[in-house]
Design a binder for this molecule. Sequence first.
Ligand SMILES: *[C@@H]1O[C@H](CO)[C@@H](O)[C@H](O)[C@H]1NC(C)=O
Length: 505
Amino acid sequence: MLSFLTSDSQGISVSLCIIICFSLSRWLKSDTRKLSHIPSLTIDLPLLSYIGVIQFTLASGKLLQRGYDRYKGGIFKVPEFFRWHVIVSGKMLVEEMRKANDDELSFEQANDAILYLDYTFCREVHENPYHISVVRTSLTRNLGVLYPIVREELMMASHEYISPTEDWIKIDAFQTIMKIVCRTSNRIFVGLPLCRDAEFMELNINFTMEVVKTAFLFNMVPKFLRGFVTRLTSLEAMKRRAEMLLRPLVEERLALLEQYGDGWSDKPNDMLSWLIDASPRGDGQLQSVVLRVLMVNFGAIHTSSMSFAHALYHLAAFPEYQAELRKEVDTVAEEFGWTKEGLAKMVKVDSFIKESSRYYGLGSISLARIAAKDFTFSDGTFIPKGTMVSAAARAMHFDEENYANADVFDPWRFTNSDKPGSSASLRNQFVNTHPDFLLFGLGKHACPGRFFASTELKSLLANFVFTYDMRLQKDGVVPPPTWIGAALVPDRNAAVMFRRRQSKL
Ligand SMILES: *[C@@H]1O[C@H](CO)[C@@H](O)[C@H](O)[C@H]1NC(C)=O
């Protein structure tokens, strides 16, 4: 993403842009013919279509809203550097995307086309994504028993990085959030003491950013330059370093498994154990497990930190929301303690995070797929094999038919205001996926880590309002997020002011 680029890579990207304009205009032309039946929001002519590419890169939210206003319930397309991106709108067609099989609309292929997994991780990660089922099943199933240590790590990390003082202190919000999220997540990924190791944490945070940056650059360069671009990044060096840090731990676990087999009664119940169990035995096992630890960290750090930053900026801008949330958190914590059960009763906390995800979200699209063969939607729109298709998530989140006063940030939108104090209905819950709430995607490829993410984000928000008063340097002004391609990125340099809460328990 642009803001992650260093100045030298900016120079490179400018020169690459020139190559691009020449090589691409031809490419887009043949692609354009195959998709000419799908209306375009931008000019289709060679070179001039780059105006559209720039619009998509710098203001995709606005561009897709324009498409939605014109073609709601239908299908349109927008240009990216090397491909057209077909955008599907309306619940009916989005449901068809959900129902499509993997051999029709492929999640794997789209994921690879967005993150370039073969280069950023390695082919093996892309071909045998066992980490996804580990996250979906083992992580989700163990959330209850592991909640106390998640909570403990989160508390310790927060206190360490944001000390609750009487006077206001200024905190570099985004960096701090990433550190708290990284450390908390790794408490159940790799356990103590590695989760608190400064180098291990920094490495995972750096790696996450480097993957995003590399994928963004890949998106702008022709295929033959990819090998060259990879050499400009530090991905390989970071992978080797991660292997050195994790090797002793993995080797110890493998040796104990060998020795005790199923009879190993003290076997740690963490992500590393689950990954080792799920990984293919033999030569590449260590490397495979190390890459999955990096992958799971990538999944956990990037999206959760972005989501939490959006929520925190809004919360800091509006102290009245802090007071309202604090009432709920104080009451629930007193009755249920800081437990998973208690967390489920924090309806307003859940609603705040969900509204922030609706209002800011992660970007303009969701449910990215690539047509694995020719595909036809029920409205007759023909999608040729190889086409990238996504849902107009943000525009649907702002549709008055789905949400009354959709333009208003209403933090209690998802509470059952008619039945105060009751648990939110399943439909209202943050983790629930639905064609009108597409943050996590939909269907069998919905984000496998969403139960963990929800638990972590809610605990973090509850802990913040319980412990601190928060405000911004300029009262009431949310630091504006930036569009970078399809992503809506929160301000990465904004400061948030914290002090120990002044109101009594
Ligand atoms: C992470 O990135 C920062 C800034 O580029 C660098 O100073 C630091 O050495 C990196 N740390 C690791 C462990 O890679």
